[in-house]
Write a protein that binds this ligand. Structure first.
Ligand code: GDP
Ligand code: MN
Length: 377
């Protein structure tokens, strides 16, 4: 899921002609004065944290500033925030517009109907989940003609706009559809869409690009979600690898077994720190890569929980023993293995010969790895 920060979403909006406040992005308070001048952003301005989480308005991550000094101060305060667990690295400075009304509009994919869905409401600026159903108009869009005239007019009617404002909103809906379609978005949301004078202006932008279409959009390839450096490496190697905040590493195969293993660990008081899903592979090269990645995460102990179905336990075990010899001594960690299924006896023998604790009972294995990691959390 390529979730774009507000300023990136707005860059796309600008390309398609959507009306926006003038704005500029800074990464330090010292950049504020120059950035405002260069971009021609008039005061007072709005100072907004560029995080992926929503609810910034209520959470103190959107501020107003009447002077350059205030904008610097607000930038400094926002850069020091950790908003819903996200560190703030970028701040968007925008001219503060005199808002008439706040509206809501979005285009998304309704997976159950297998159609794009347009939603409009006259009640914008608040979470759409909190808006009464009766105040939301939904239009399912046939993707081939795209959003057509009468559909746009139904959505505009939901905004309660007439005259020049209605025409401005219709134009916006056309632009929004093109963005959704041409950028392969799975969500394009404007909340609030503000009435400013005789036109509607996008004050916020939430754009998510469909992952499966990312090959068509190399321009987003440098957009990193909130992956850690190791997760980034894993992604390039196509290894399913996720870092959590505990100290025990989990290597399993298949998403189901991997998730279940994390649950059982937690159930017995262990704290998973990183997990790695080998999927269907028993390719020793792939196993080695995965194992070395795990070592770099520096877990206190690792629980290897493998079910040999298509993959055979003995090949996985061989791959592991091979991988272990490549782990540098300073990165070595205690390993508890539980491998069940095809050729499990052979697999276990290979592991035991290499000095790996190899158990069959799940509860025993989990307890062994928790104590190897230094006991209960
Ligand atoms: P969110 O809370 O994370 O969705 O952040 P938004 O971008 O939606 O901003 C939150 C609120 O700040 C909006 O609902 C507006 O009320 C307010 N806001 C943002 N930009 C402006 C602006 O240019 N002028 C005024 N008056 N208010 C703004
Ligand atoms: Mn918003």
């Amino acid at each position: 899921m390529v979730k774009l920060a507000e300023w990136r979403g707005k860059e796309i909006f600008r390309k398609y002609g959507v009306a926006l406040p003038k704005g500029t992005v800074v990464r330090a308070p010292s950049e504020v004065a120059d950035a405002l001048r260069t971009a021609g952003v008039a005061l007072p301005c709005v100072v907004k944290a560029q995080v992926l989480a929503g609810g910034r308005g209520k959470g103190g991550a959107v501020r107003f500033a009447a002077t350059v000094a205030e904008a610097e101060e607000a930038t400094k305060a926002i850069l020091a925030l950790e908003f819903k667990g996200e560190k703030v690295h970028e701040v968007l400075l925008e001219e503060k517009l005199a808002i008439g009304r706040e509206l809501y509009v979005s285009l998304t994919l309704d997976r159950s109907r297998r159609l794009p869905l347009a939603m409009a409401s006259a009640q914008g600026g608040v979470e759409i989940e909190s808006v009464d159903e009766s105040a939301i108009t939904r239009v399912w869009v046939d993707p081939f003609p795209g959003l057509v005239g009468y559909e746009k007019r139904r959505l505009v009617a939901a905004f309660g706009l007439t005259g020049a404002l209605a025409r401005s909103a219709e134009t916006l809906l056309g632009q929004l559809w093109r963005i959704f379609d041409e950028e392969d978005a799975e969500l394009v949301e404007i909340n609030p869409l503000a009435v400013v004078g005789d036109r509607v202006v996008a004050l916020d932008a939430k754009v998510i690009i469909e992952d499966d279409a990312s090959f068509r959009h190399p321009e987003y390839s440098d957009v990193r979600d909130d992956r850690t450096p190791l997760e980034e490496i894993a992604r390039e190697k196509e290894i399913a690898f996720v870092q959590l905040d505990g100290n025990i590493g989990v290597i399993a195969n298949g998403a189901g077994l991997t998730m279940a293993t994390l649950d059982v660990l937690a159930e017995f008081g262990g704290r998973p720190g990183v997990f790695l899903d080998l999927g269907g592979t028993d390719d020793p090269k792939k196993v080695t890569e995965a194992f070395l990645l795990m070592a770099q995460a520096k877990p206190a102990a690792v629980f290897l929980n493998i079910f040999g179905g298509v993959t055979r336990c003995d090949t996985v075990a061989k791959g592991l023993v091979e991988a272990m010899t490549q782990v540098p001594p300073e990165s070595k960690f205690p390993l508890v293995a539980r491998i069940r299924g095809n050729n499990e006896a052979e697999g276990r023998a290979i592991l035991q010969a290499a000095g790996v604790t190899s158990l069959t009972d799940l509860k025993e294995s989990v307890q062994a790895v928790i104590s190897a990691a230094g006991g209960r959390a």
